[in-house]
Design a protein around this ligand. Structure first.
Ligand code: SF4
Length: 175
């Protein structure tokens, strides 16, 4: 079960002034190289590397499923754990729900329930649902998480444009 929402994190004044633009300036960036995959042929072995850097995007209908899993209304779930990101498709801005990233203190890096900005997108940081061992909403995790395998070629993973097209058409994945 997901813990209760906590107050928002605020970047230090020094970090804001520097823009948190480089690896050294970004307090949430993991400087250590992750260990190599022990056997790439096995694909995802749930090391959590993607969960620790970039939460996956939800498709239409999936926030409702995840909210039900943790016993919240979709509205309360989004306002507690989810931000709104966007992708441009043929000149059109398409928005999607994404779990919010958290800082080293475990607090959201951006106000849940609102649209993110460029600085937030640049920060690599853990997903609010990653507990250090696995995903707290695993049975209802976003489609990008379900389809992503770090050992496969980037073109074999779902792109944000592909997920954006699902939002454009209102497609709800059948799996
Ligand atoms: S929703 Fe779950 S699987 Fe997806 S990034 Fe977050 S912790 Fe990982």
């Amino acid at each position: 079960m997901v813990g209760s929402p906590r107050r928002l994190a605020i970047l230090s004044e020094e970090t804001v002034q520097r823009g948190a633009a480089s690896e050294e300036d970004n307090p949430y960036w993991e400087l250590e190289e992750p260990p190599p995959h022990p056997d790439p042929a096995r694909g995802c072995i749930r090391r959590g590397l993607c969960c620790k850097s970039s939460p996956g995007w939800f498709a239409p209908g999936e926030v409702e499923r995840a909210a039900a899993l943790v016993g919240l209304s979709p509205d309360a779930f989004v306002r507690a754990y989810v931000v709104i990101d966007q992708v441009e498709i043929e000149g059109q801005r398409v928005e999607a729900f994404v779990p919010v990233k958290v800082g080293r203190d475990g607090l959201p890096l951006h106000q849940p329930g609102t649209r993110v900005d460029r600085l937030y997108r640049m920060l690599r940081s853990p997903c609010i649902f990653y507990d250090g061992q696995g995903c707290r909403i695993y049975p209802a995790r976003p489609i990008e998480c379900r389809r992503y395998v770090c050992t496969q070629a980037p073109e074999d993973n779902l792109s944000h444009e592909e997920i954006g097209r699902m939002w454009l058409s209102g497609t709800v994945p059948s799996e």
